[in-house]
Ligand binder design. Structure first.
Ligand code: JEB
Length: 235
């Protein structure tokens, strides 16, 4: 999978060199390229923002540097003229649809994703219309809280999508048991020692009775989901 990121803070993405995704990049499973939007600025001060039409607080990202950056990225690797066969452009935005595990699953099959990371009050709206002429466009939100820009959200989405790409996570079975894959929260986990600072591992987990262990874990999943995330349960 190829992933391009456009940002005014390329250094944010240095962490993609470590851990699981760093190894996947080294192994050639993920081809992640980070681009500095300022390299596409058109003035000598490398300006990427300007005041908002209609007034109001803050600054808005100018459209032209975005168009130049997205054109350059889409040109490399896409010959077709139709937007449907172009890359998937993902713009993190507090005004986007909610990012979910189901979208991560869907997007893990994409050959080419481009993240556009805004800053300030966001990106001139016409950039989304322009991007839709060279690829498919989605505005996506990490959740209902305010970030200063799209970088942290893009990083979360890169990790959530990237780890579902075949070969990135060593044991694919570990993927199916996780929270949000079966619509319930995970059951609690324990490791050695069985007794630690006066806290005990539940007896059932030491019983060696696989059926009872499975039933206990399922009960824990349902109970935790009911108390912590009732929104995930049907009625
Ligand atoms: C994403 C961004 C800003 C209003 C307030 C703040 C570009 N879950 C999320 N919260 N905030 C963002 C997000 C996601 N995904 C987010 C991109 C940008 C916030 N800002 C700051 C803009 N408008 C600028």
């Amino acid at each position: 999978m190829r992933i391009d990121v456009v940002t005014i803070f390329p250094a944010f993405f240095d962490v993609l060199e470590v851990s699981l995704l760093g190894r996947a990049r080294g192994a050639g499973l993920l081809d992640i390229r980070v681009h500095d939007l300022r390299e596409h600025a058109t003035d000598r001060h490398r300006t990427v923002d300007d005041t908002p039409y209609g007034g109001g607080a803050g600054m808005v990202m100018k459209p032209e540097p975005w168009a130049l950056a997205l054109d350059e990225i889409a040109a490399a690797g896409h010959d077709a003229e139709d937007a449907a066969s172009g890359p998937l452009f993902l713009f993190p935005s507090p005004a986007g649809e909610r990012f979910t595990q189901s979208l991560a699953r869907e997007w893990s099959h994409e050959p080419h994703i481009v993240f556009g990371c805004g800053r300030y009050e966001g990106i001139d709206e016409r950039v989304f219309s322009y991007a839709a002429t060279i690829g498919r466009v989605r505005l996506v939100s990490l959740g209902d809280y305010v970030l200063n820009g799209g970088e942290v959200a893009a990083m979360a989405m890169i990790e959530a999508v990237g780890r579902l790409v075949p070969g990135v996570v060593g044991n694919p079975e570990s993927l199916v048991e996780e929270s949000h894959e079966d619509g319930l929260l995970e059951y609690p986990s324990y490791t050695k020692p069985a007794s630690w600072r006066g806290y005990e591992v539940p007896d059932v987990l030491l019983s060696g009775h696989h059926g009872r262990v499975a039933q206990w874990r399922r009960d824990q999943q349902v109970e935790r989901t009911r108390t912590r995330r009732p929104d995930l349960l049907p009625e």
